[in-house]
Design a protein around this ligand. Structure first.
Ligand SMILES: Nc1nc2c(ncn2[C@@H]2O[C@H](COP(=O)(O)OP(=O)(O)OP(=O)(O)O)[C@@H](O)[C@H]2O)c(=O)[nH]1
Ligand SMILES: [Mg+2]
Length: 424
């Protein structure tokens, strides 16, 4: 329906858990479709209960509910339970028989008339058969119910993309829920609760953001791992698509090598970064000091980023966290003009010249900005292959201080022109 591969798909019952919104368009008409987890309306506790709450919320919001049944499996008692729930919901329901490729309409639908939901629609979601008709029909019905023109989606409204990333169970989903003020995603005391990246629009102080909840990851040996192995791909993808990444740590657990690996990955991605140390509630001041020391020691390579100590559960320090995100985004997208960069470069050289390499001294002439998020500073000159790594780091620090670039990695590229006097 969305012509995308946005939602995670695998042959594993119970994979989807949260509400996952996708955008589609039929001709001129945009629509939203909400994917939900397998529904057990009667679940009373545990993760199935949480999933059912998410589905109920989606049904409550929707103009049309598509009740998908499995044409290969045929009618199940479970389908009847769901039918009872949907009937009580008062929503307009379309009964949709899926996995019908290669089957006759009459044979694949026969079972399902018993549900008393009228003529079923027949599709094959994997092959795309019947999907166009289904969406057309749904939109017609929705328009009759709500004739006013749907609001246009404006991509500019999505604002800054913020991915929340960290080990399983550190409180990423809880933070999303606290920020938006509702149980938007499932937060649960069990590592591996979130499985797919979920984008959640968020507005604060007149500014637009898109929060991205991700599946918790850890690293085993050389590869990243999530509890469900396919989830990790979505998390890593979310990091590279974000403007700012919030690395979440759990103050009530040791800062581990896993955290450092995730941090390293974020650093390489070039995204802006804020560190959120969560579960700060309920720690003694001794414990807090110890956590701070631990972070200084194990994550010292993140010293360009701000660290905020928060409680996602209680909402403590959340405003400061959002401020740090704004700062990091501003730094990552700062516009650095060639004159200002070149002046800063000259200052750096005056304070400390690069060393000679052999008989030549690298000669840096000017600098310009080669990109944003992360900022790339391209330095032009001659014999720049003589610039050492420590000197490059010195330059980086000088630019960072001059332009107040907090919360973003910075890349320095060296471009040597041809030296007309060099012997071939
Ligand atoms: N004490 C305390 N507990 C918290 C805090 N934030 C989250 N928790 C608890 O930590 C548990 C895990 O929270 P989630 O938000 O589901 O964690 P997650 O990072 O999304 O986990 P995955 O989806 O498995 O990666 C829940 O029991 C939360 O109530 C906090 O600030 N303080
Ligand atoms: Mg989660």
């Amino acid at each position: 329906m969305t012509r995308s591969r946005d939602a995670l798909v695998a042959d594993l019952p119970g994979l989807t858990r949260d509400r996952h919104y996708g955008e589609g368009r039929m001709g001129e008409r945009p629509f939203l479709v909400i994917d939900t987890g397998g529904f057990e309306p009667v679940a009373k506790e545990g993760i199935m209960h949480e999933m059912a709450l998410q589905t109920r919320q989606a049904v409550a919001e929707a103009d049309i509910v598509m009740f998908i049944v499995d044409g290969r499996q045929g009618l199940t008692p479970h389908d009847k339970t769901i039918t009872d729930f949907l009937r009580k919901s008062g929503r307009k329901v379309m009964l949709v028989v899926n996995k019908s490729e290669g089957m006759k309409y009459t044979s694949v639908t026969a079972d399902f008339y018993e549900l008393g939901m009228g003529d079923p629609y027949v599709i094959s979601a994997a092959h795309g058969d019947g999907v166009l008709d289904l969406v057309n029909e749904a939109i017609d019905v929705a328009v009759q119910q709500r004739p006013e023109e749907a609001e246009e989606f404006d991509p500019a409204d999505y604002g800054v993309k913020i991915a929340l990333v960290g080990r399983p169970n550190v409180g990423k989903s809880t933070l999303i829920n606290t920020l938006v003020g509702e149980q938007r995603v499932i937060a649960f005391d069990m590592p591996g609760t979130t499985r797919d990246s979920i984008e959640v629009p968020f507005e604060k102080g007149g500014k637009h953001y898109t929060l991205i909840d991700t599946a918790g990851i850890r690293r085993r040996g050389k590869v990243f791992e999530a509890i469900e192995k396919f989830s990790v791909v979505k998390t890593l993808q979310s990091v590279s698509e974000a403007n700012v990444v919030v690395l979440m740590l759990d103050a009530q657990q040791d800062i581990s090598e896993q955290d450092a690996h995730i941090a390293g990955f974020i650093l390489e991605s070039g995204r802006a970064l804020v560190v959120a140390v969560n579960k700060w509630d309920g720690l003694t001041s001794d414990q807090r000091d110890q956590v701070k020391n631990d972070i200084d020691r194990k994550l010292n390579f993140l010293d360009f980023a701000e660290t905020k100590f928060i409680s996602a559960l209680k909402g403590t320090n959340i405003n400061q966290l959002m401020k740090a995100i704004d700062t990091a985004y501003a730094a990552a997208t700062a516009k650095l003009s060639t004159p200002r960069l070149t002046r800063a470069l000259q200052e750096a050289i005056e304070k400390q010249e690069p060393k000679r390499k052999g008989s030549t001294r690298p000669k840096m002439r000017y600098a310009h900005q080669g990109g944003q998020n992360p900022p790339i500073i391209v330095i032009h000159g001659n014999a720049l292959d003589g610039i050492t790594e420590p000197y490059k780091r010195y330059l980086e620090k000088h630019f960072r201080d001059t332009f107040d670039l907090i919360g973003t990695p910075l890349r320095i590229e060296l471009k040597s022109g041809k030296n007309p006097f060099a012997k071939e």
